[in-house]
Design a protein around this ligand. Structure first.
Ligand code: PLP
Length: 379
């Protein structure tokens, strides 16, 4: 089945009771049993809920995976993967990681004895250098947030296999429409469903997709034991969002290209970070592992002054200044004070994250209106 058909049909079945085409919101915490322990596969909604089950099946199908799990947020999904680690185990990740993931790894798991290494992962040699017999998990995010570095997933997968470590790929920026981590050799595909997957900036949720039955046993145990599960209403919203994922992503990519090209020729713009440019250092890898290049773009202004960036952000009319990304509406952000404020300034600078960097999540509005907004704000 092709992607567009899967986005609409995969994992979702008419309601067995009524034939309702849309998955009902099973707003219930518990389920009647005909005799103690005899039930219809549902006992308690932290463990299983029919709306969540359909979403989990849809997520698995879109990623060409066998199992899907949904969580109350992207961070709860990431936290569930981290619970696979034991004190003394080592994690290798990228040095321009999503700020919340960096915070979880360093502020929650390092004090519990997990050793975390952050390396410039677009260089595979930097990953190999940190491999040790204690390496248990490699954590990739690609393209990265907010510098749009591209990491060679198949290349890292080969290193992970050799080391006997699990490979998780945070695929939030790409979605399965643009990139299929499991097919590239990853063990777990990780999502903040809050972003492109739900797509309408109306819910916070997370998800995991993987193939291994052993991982299903371990991860679903933590999902239930720790309880970071989503409510059925939120699952319904993500299910609804997924039905237009392919259409939205197509437009995000078209508008992304138009905005990136406009910014690149603007005399006041110093540099545009977007993997679709042939001059991007990892363009070839992006072209190999992605269907298209997405709608996330970052740029710095000439002179690299924080005040100039803030003035532009304050002038935007359509690119609303807000946290988050991947919704139908265009958003702008200032990573140094917003999404990446939890990364220490020194670490930020080391990763090349300038204080004047502006990040855009290009929405699915008319491209001409978006470019007009950029023109009036940058001046
Ligand atoms: C937003 C985001 C997360 C965290 O997800 P929440 O749904 O906000 O908990 C993780 N990774 C990336 C790349 C993100 O953009």
């Amino acid at each position: 089945m092709k992607f567009a058909t899967k986005a609409i049909h995969a994992g979702v079945h008419p309601d067995p009771e009524t034939g309702a085409i849309m998955t009902p919101i099973y707003q219930t915490s518990t389920y009647a049993q005909s005799s103690p322990g005899v039930n219809k596969g549902f006992e308690y909604s932290r463990t299983h809920n029919p709306t969540r089950t359909q979403l989990q099946d849809a997520l698995a199908a879109l990623d060409d995976g066998r199992h899907g799990l949904a969580f109350a947020s992207g961070m709860a999904a990431i936290d569930c993967v981290m619970k696979l680690l034991k004190p003394g185990d080592e994690l290798i990740s990228t040095d321009d990681l999503y700020g919340g993931s960096y915070r979880l790894f360093t502020k929650v798991y390092e004090p519990l004895g997990i050793v975390c290494h952050f390396v410039p992962m677009r260089d595979l040699a930097a990953v190999r250098e940190k491999i040790s017999p204690r390496t248990k998990l490699i954590w990739v995010e690609t393209p990265t947030n907010p510098l749009l570095n591209v990491i060679d997933v198949a290349g890292v997968a080969a290193i992970a296999k050799e080391a006997g470590a699990l490979l998780a790929v945070d695929n939030t920026f790409s979605t399965p429409y643009l990139q299929l981590p499991l097919a590239l050799g990853a063990d777990i595909s990780v999502y903040s469903l809050t972003k492109y997957m739900a797509g309408h900036s109306d819910t916070v949720m997370g998800g995991l997709v993987f193939n291994s039955d052993e991982l299903l046993e371990r991860l679903s145990f933590y999902q239930n034991a720790c309880g970071g599960t989503p409510g059925p209403q939120d699952c319904f919203l993500v299910l609804r969002g997924l039905k237009t994922l392919h259409l939205r992503m197509q437009r995000h990519c078209e508008n992304g290209r138009a905005v990136a090209e406009y910014l690149r020729q603007h005399p006041k713009v110093e540099h545009v970070y977007w993997p679709g440019f042939e001059t991007h250092p990892n363009h070839a890898v992006a072209a190999k592992q992605m269907r298209d290049f997405g709608g996330m773009i970052s740029f710095v202004l000439k002179g690299d002054k924080k005040e100039d960036a803030i003035a532009v952000l304050e002038k935007f009319q359509l690119f609303t200044l807000a946290e988050s990304l991947g919704g139908v509406e265009s958003l702008s952000g200032h990573p140094a004070t917003m999404t990446h404020a939890s990364i220490p300034p020194e670490q930020r600078r080391k990763a090349g994250l300038s204080d004047s960097l502006i990040r855009l999540s290009v929405g699915i509005e008319d491209a001409e209106d978006l470019i007009e907004d950029l023109a009036q704000a940058i001046g």
